[in-house]
Design a protein around this ligand. Structure first.
Ligand SMILES: NC(=O)c1ccc[n+]([C@@H]2O[C@H](COP(=O)([O-])OP(=O)(O)OC[C@H]3O[C@@H](n4cnc5c(N)ncnc54)[C@H](OP(=O)(O)O)[C@@H]3O)[C@@H](O)[C@H]2O)c1
Length: 244
């Protein structure tokens, strides 16, 4: 696996950024990278005392520049207090599940709260980790087209197929854009397909776990046949983890 290259990133000295869901797979790498570049990082967690988040405290620069905050994304006040004074926000926290009761409220209202708090704090930029699931889950989208920001998943289709993850992420992203436009927030949305690789944390994250299940592969092939190549390397990645 190629090593990541962070040499082109600007220095983060004197800049404070917030990373929501800091203990997650993607967020942990983000925190590591930001600390390496000199940023002061405020990580939000549901439970900072949970041993599964212990790896964050071991990161280089963590002792000096990382603080971990217990935040309930559904409580605007709790997220406001952490984002206040930040130059930037990386919003990655989200359930990764098709259970509508677990998925919808935190994904949608949690994201709304993050954008509202960012607007109030006048942060310079918000980067929201959305998903290809907000773009591609639409029976009217030809599998041959290159999708861009003008494409959206079809909410009725998501509902009918009980794809509550894509439904929640789609509504969350649409709400994020609406609130950002109303409040002049500089919002950047990233729509990853599959993000796999070495885990910094001691537990397997939801996405990696779900993606390893044979039934997931069948589901992906059914709904997204054209991304098969993207998951093709998955067993070899897993083998490397086992050997490591
Ligand atoms: N990995 C991928 O292939 C992929 C692809 C497309 C999009 N994404 C998106 O990228 C982001 C990060 O994904 P990941 O793969 O790094 O997943 P992950 O390791 O499961 O991380 C998800 C994070 O969200 C937090 N979270 C879950 N439910 C929450 C809730 N109800 N309230 C507050 N926080 C909650 C988790 O905290 P706990 O540790 O407390 O559960 C965890 O920190 C997500 O928004 C996901 O939708 C990932």
């Amino acid at each position: 696996m190629p090593a990541y290259d962070n040499t082109s990133l600007v220095s983060g000295a004197d800049q404070t950024v917030c990373v929501t869901g800091a203990g997650g797979f993607i967020a942990s790498w983000l925190v590591k990278l930001l600390l390496e570049k000199g940023y002061t990082v405020r990580g939000t967690l549901r439970n900072p005392e949970d041993p599964k988040n212990g790896h964050l405290k071991e990161l280089e620069g963590a002792k000096e520049r990382l603080t971990l905050h217990k935040v309930d994304l559904l409580d605007l006040k709790s997220i406001q207090s952490v984002i206040h004074g930040c130059h930037g926000v990386f919003h990655t926290a989200s359930p990764v599940t098709d259970n509508p009761e677990e998925m919808l409220e935190p994904a949608i209202n949690g994201t709304k709260n993050v954008i509202i708090a960012s607007a109030e704090a006048k942060v310079r930029r918000v980067v929201f980790t959305s998903s290809i699931g907000t773009v591609y889950m639409n029976p009217n989208t030809s599998r041959d087209v290159v999708v861009d920001e003008s494409y959206w998943s079809d909410l009725e289709h998501c509902k009918n197929t009980k794809n509550w993850y894509c439904y929640g992420k789609t509504v969350a992203e649409q709400s994020a854009w609406d609130i950002a436009k109303e409040n002049q927030v500089d919002l950047v949305v990233v729509n990853p397909v599959l993000v796999l690789g070495p885990l910094l944390q001691s537990t397997v994250n939801a996405n990696t776990y779900v993606l390893m299940l044979p039934c997931t592969v069948v589901k992906l092939l059914k709904f997204w046949p054209s991304i098969f190549l993207s998951i093709h390397f998955l067993p070899s990645v897993q083998m490397k983890r086992i050997q490591g």
